[in-house]
Design a binder for this molecule. Structure first.
Ligand code: NAP
Length: 438
């Protein structure tokens, strides 16, 4: 088994000769990366894989020293069996805090109003400083109000039929047997509830059926996929003769930006708003309402229309990616969360009304990467903890916080455009300048 020795303050695995031989076999292509003896524990198997990579590089005259990938605290067995095949180590991403961020909404506890510190993980210098400035402005002006609609998670199998008559039969079957499907779906998980089936016939012989479910505190993709598979194999195919070509027919739409998700929502549909008075705008954001409104119009609307983008915003993706990494969300869903609208209105007294609309925000408080130790700690900082008595409440809380912190990011970056601060802030904070963000 592997022992550890310390080199330059980094713990490096020292492998026994039989493990080095295993690594040599992998490096020589005699054994595949993922096929290691079952009796090896996950951390040792990872050390063998790292050594194999080093030997592989050496064989072609290169020098590769992997001294950091093996320095991790996560539970290797859990990581290797639930999260990452061919587990080889861990990548670290710097974590920082923004806040306090004041927000209110029905999906928050303690009387619906509170102040949170938000963990964000990123490699982009200047991001946290910018979002923190937005948090300061929102908090100084009285906080953000957030509305979370639990739209539900979707899966849309695609079927092939013989002709239009068969397609109509399939659509009728889905409508007439909704209750039977609701009951069968509920039997696959304690937290799953079928809300809707939305069929669409295309080209006469293609039928897409967009199933939508509540999934409690889970993001829900495994749950809805398992339930749809059961319904398709046990009920829909035998009864209609339609053939399911793919369990995901892209009308879901999972991990792609799409107008169907923009219109109908997916996961959580979140709107966060605040009103910033002119003093806060000037003191904290160094801007004025009419300047923000103009950048919104010409950049986020005109520019996005010109580009054919569905991201009518400045940086939803930046803030969501950092929150998703910190809290163990499925990172590919940033592509969905990045769709949405930032909106500014100038008020007569020099204040600005600001809002963000995120129609498609899949988030989880249980399942997937939320179970990893460091990600659980980040969720604990946000007090996002599933309560069996209130399934779904923890995920809605996380969605509400996400909405408010995205609003903070929008306000700060949009203000930076109005005062031409963007390039200088990145130069100072993203290129190792001595100044520290406050
Ligand atoms: P999951 O990791 O499969 O866990 C969901 C399970 O957690 C539920 O079935 C439920 O168990 C249990 N659970 C316990 N407390 C719960 C609560 N309060 N609310 C809801 N569930 C609770 O989670 P998932 O969200 O369905 O799937 C997420 C994973 O799917 C991620 O790792 C993601 O990367 C991956 N993913 C899968 C697909 C796919 O097509 N399969 C697509 C995209 C992403 P019971 O069933 O016992 O009630």
């Amino acid at each position: 088994m592997a022992k550890l020795e310390t080199v330059n303050e980094t713990e490096v695995a020292v492998l026994e000769p039989e493990l080095v031989e295993l690594a040599r076999e992998i490096a020589a292509g005699e054994r595949s990366f993922h096929r290691l003896p079952a009796e090896l524990d996950a951390a040792t198997a990872a050390a063998v894989r790292r050594r194999a990579l080093e030997l592989r590089a050496a064989a072609s005259g290169g020098v590769l020293e992997l001294r950091n990938l093996g320095a991790f605290t996560l539970d290797a067995e859990r990581a290797a069996t639930r999260h990452c095949e061919s587990f080889t180590g861990a990548i670290q991403v710097p974590l920082g805090m923004v806040g306090p961020l004041r927000l209110r909404g029905e999906d928050l506890e303690r009387g619906g109003e509170e102040s949170v510190m938000v963990p964000l993980a990123t490699t982009e210098g200047a991001l946290l400083a910018s979002v923190n400035r937005g948090c300061r402005a929102i908090t100084a002006a009285g906080g953000a109000t957030v509305w979370v609609d639990d739209v539900g998670m979707t899966r849309a199998p695609v079927f092939r039929t013989r002709d239009l008559g068969d397609s109509r039969n399939l659509v009728r079957f889905l409508e007439e047997n909704f209750e039977e499907m609701r009951v069968r779906a509920a039997a696959t998980s304690r937290f799953l509830e079928l809300l809707e089936i939305r069929p669409l016939v295309l080209g006469g012989t293609t039928v897409l059926a967009r199933f939508r479910f509540l999934t409690g505190d889970a993001m829900g993709m495994n749950m809805v996929t398992i339930a749809c598979d059961r319904l398709v194999r046990e009920l829909i195919e035998p009864a209609t003769g339609a053939r399911c070509v793919a369990l995901s027919g892209n009308y879901c739409t999972d991990k792609k930006s799409s107008s169907v998700n923009f219109q109908l929502g997916r996961g959580k549909r979140v709107i966060a708003e605040c009103v910033l008075d002119s003093g806060t705008l000037e003191r904290t954001l160094k801007t004025r309402a009419e300047l923000l409104v103009e950048v919104q119009l010409r950049k986020n609307l005109h520019g996005s229309i010109a580009a054919g983008s569905m991201g009518y915003n400045a940086q939803f993706a930046n803030v969501l990616a950092a929150l998703f990494i910190a809290t163990g969300q499925d990172l590919a869903h940033v592509v969905e969360g990045a769709m949405g609208l930032t909106h500014f209105e100038a008020r007569d007294d020099g204040a600005v009304y600001a809002s963000v609309t995120l129609p498609d925000l899949p988030v989880a408080a249980v399942g997937g990467g939320t179970g990893l130790d460091t990600q659980r700690e980040a969720l604990a900082i946000l007090d996002v903890k599933p309560d069996p008595a209130r399934p779904g409440a923890a995920a809605r809380r996380l969605a509400a916080i996400a909405g408010a912190v995205v609003l903070a990011g929008e306000l700060s970056l949009m203000a930076a455009f109005t005062s031409n601060d963007l390039a200088s802030a990145h130069e100072r904070l993203g290129r190792g300048g001595s100044e520290r963000a406050t």
